[in-house]
Design a protein around this ligand. Sequence first.
Ligand code: IMP
Length: 199
Amino acid sequence: MTTKQIAFASGSAHKIKEMRLLLEPLGFQILSPKDLSIPFAPEETESSFVGNALIKSRELYRLTGLPAFADDSGICVDALGGRPGVFSARYGGEGLNDKDRAIRLLGELGENPDRKANYTCVIAYSSPKEEVSFDGQVFGEITKDYDSVGQYGFGYDPIFYYPPFGKRFSEVPEEEKNKVSHRAAAMKKFLSWLPSHTS
Ligand code: IMP
C-alpha cells in the first residue's frame, strides 16, 4: 500500500493523535502545520462551522499544496438560539478557562426548562480537485450544575448530559465517547468518502 500524504489543520496534539489512529490504517500519513514547520493561525471569521472549517482546510492546502482537512466544532444550545456555537471556544471573552465558560453557560441558561443542546462538528477537506465537508452531531441536555467529580472529557462535557448513556460526557471514558461523539460521526462520513477520492 502506498502512503498518501494529507495535511491536518490543527495544533492540538490530542486531535492529531486521534486522526493518525483513524487514518494511518487507511494508508494516509497525517502532517500537521507543526510537522511542516508552517506558522498556521488563520482567523476564523465565518459564522458557521462549515465556513470556519473551510477557512482552515483551504488555507492549509494553499500553504502546503497537499490535500488538507480541518475540523470545527462547538456546543449549540436550543434555548439560546444555537449559541455559543462557533464561539464555543471564545464564549465569555478572554481570560476564561473551560470551567469558567461552562459555568457561565449554566448562568445564562438559568432555570430555563428547555435544556436541549447538541455538539456539532464539521470536517472540511480541500484538494486540487475538490472541496467538501461532512458534519456530525450528538444530542443531549445541559445539566443544572457543574460536575466536579467526573474525570473525563474537556470543555463543556461536565455540563453535557447524554441520555442514551444516562451520564454526562465528563463521566464517560474517551473510548466510549468516541463511539457516539459529533467528531466521530463527522469522521465516519469523511473516512468512508476519502479513500475513493484520493489517488
Ligand atoms: P475546536 O473545534 O477544537 O476549536 O473546539 C471548539 C470548542 O467547542 C472547544 O474549545 C470546546 O469549548 C467546545 N467543544 C468541541 N467539542 C467538544 C467536546 O467534545 N467536548 C466539550 N467541548 C467541546
